[in-house]
Ligand binder design. Sequence first.
Ligand code: SF4
Length: 707
Amino acid sequence: GPGAQPRILSSICCYCGTGCGVKIHTDGNQVLKVSGDERHPSSLGKLCSKGMALGATVRRDGSRILSAQWRESKDEPRRNIALDDACDIAAAKLADVIGTHGPDSIGFYLSGQLLTEDYAVFNKLARALVGTNNIDTNSRLCMSSAVSGYKLTLGADAPPACYDDLDHADTVMIAGSNMAYAHPVLFRRLEAAKERRPDMKIIVVDPRRTDTCDIADIHLAITPGSDVALFHAMLNVMARGGLVDLDYIDRHTEGYAQVETRIRAFTPELAQELCGVSAADIVQCARWFGNAQAALSLYTMGLNQSSSGTAKNSALIHLHLATGQIGKKGAGPFSLTGQPNAMGGREAGGMATLLPGHRDPNDTQHRAEVARLWKVDAVPDKPGHTAIDMFDAVLDGRVKVLWVAATNPAQSMPDQAKVRAALNAAEFVIVQEAFANTETLAYADLVLPAATWPEKSGTVTNSERRISRVRAAIEAPGDARPDWQLVCGIARRLALRIAPEKTRLFDYQDEAEIFAEHVRFTAGRDLDYSALDYATLDKDGPQQWPYKGPRSAPVRLYADGVFATANGRARFMDVDYVPVAERVSTGYPLRLTTGRMRDQWHTMSRSGLVPALTRHAEEPFIYLHPNDMLRHNIQDDAFVKVETRRGHIVLAAMADENLNPGHAWLPMHWGSAFMAGNGVNALANSARDPISQQPELKHSAAGISVQ
Ligand code: SF4
């Protein structure tokens, strides 16, 4: 506003879980530029192309939702309304439906883009006021198999390593991750480490040859979904070759005997057959891992977005437990978080399967602790719907009001036709959103205008468990408000209608007050940062958890060999290899996998606004091996129909020798807002991991035909 002063604020890039520090230069009204923050310990001043272009995403004409919108019935267009009226309408609708159909007729579908404070109030609204566990997020599509893997083996949802380990590892296995595109700043750090220490061995496990393979000593182009067979075979080689640390296994773990028995069958020769890579390469990789002074594994969606994601994560973690490669410099299993605040969201318990402070809604004691801290009588014990179930419940009418915030399920969820049918069938859909271009807006009965980066303030936690302040540099446009304010505005009104004594639960002055309440939930838990507050973050900078006071040295977990399980021992899980959910067949002969482009983010609602980013890839292609192009008589650039059992899309074909024959690859970003017809997830499979409930977005059986 008038009188605003030029200033430079430290904040965090809002794209990926690397969580790079940025400096936002403003004249008080507008963002002038964004640069890297040298003082941020996670990124040391580095940014990737997406982070560097952040300034250009701010306030592009027509890109934002500036006002609340509402339609009285599904067959009329929405009209702009005052924000107060929108909050009244939302509260009245929620109260009415809760009164008629009960609390479980309400569902919340949130986002790893939200800040921890947003999550905290959404969670309190769902559990402490509405009284439902139907609160899940797009993190279910992203990291939930990593969470299950950590909890089952190490006892807590806590990545044990830190970014400093990239500088100290001498064997690095990158599995199911195109780091060069998805976590570019971490990839550059690894690349620099390899340049300094050329003896460092890098193994990349990925069905496709990506730019990440540029620094690989061995690229294992495994058959999609065969990771467990590969990891079991590596353990087999290490066990037979005397490369496991029996003393570490004996002192710090349990369950090795069963796993050791199971992996005997997984010889390198069997793995060669199952994974489609040479037995000699598997043996070599196992030896590098087993002989390493420090072995580090970096992994993400290739492991997680799988119908056997929990087993894949567990089998990879076994390699570290069997060799004692965890809890020391340069070592450990290290999941690279997809979203900027998926970690903070889990800390705040904003998922159906979590409660605040990494607690479990199935645990009576945990529920009692949470109720006491929220100062309510009880929190609900009935299990809530996880993402895929949530939309199924909307489709068949069990969930009547769906409140979506900061995510775009009409494009990002697998089995898109079904999700869109659910959104159409819902009695009432609230969409809380900043950007005017998302596919999900078409289904909204009520739109709440949200502030976004760099207009809102709070905290995020990145992949290395580091909590940083996100700072508002400019005011939000129009009626847009920070997400937590929208939530509290509606929650207070709803409380007045259904439980007036709970109105006070949502009386917060500012984000600092929400954070102060949130950290109390972490006291005594694995992630304890109850001693942290905004003043400390402002004074001492970003801090890792567990937090016991300001520290400059990086924090890694389990250095003492004591794990977060009840008896302190890490657990080997007796997991079997199970192939992908959907087998190829005559009608669907191709193994279709998906991934990221370097310069785009998710469904492109922000990154798609920047011409400089869009130039790297202006439109999506279906990438096919040249032999498959020949076989199907497809020229380069020819339009083809790609079809799975769930739907089809039409797009241009591109020959790609980075794929094995019989495989196809598709970038994940383009939805119907950016390409003709359906978005890419019309094809994707919603088959789920039985434990994490994460869908197999990474693999479908597909057919192609020339258009
Ligand atoms: Fe942003 Fe991730 Fe790039 Fe860092 S690596 S600048 S957090 S997108």
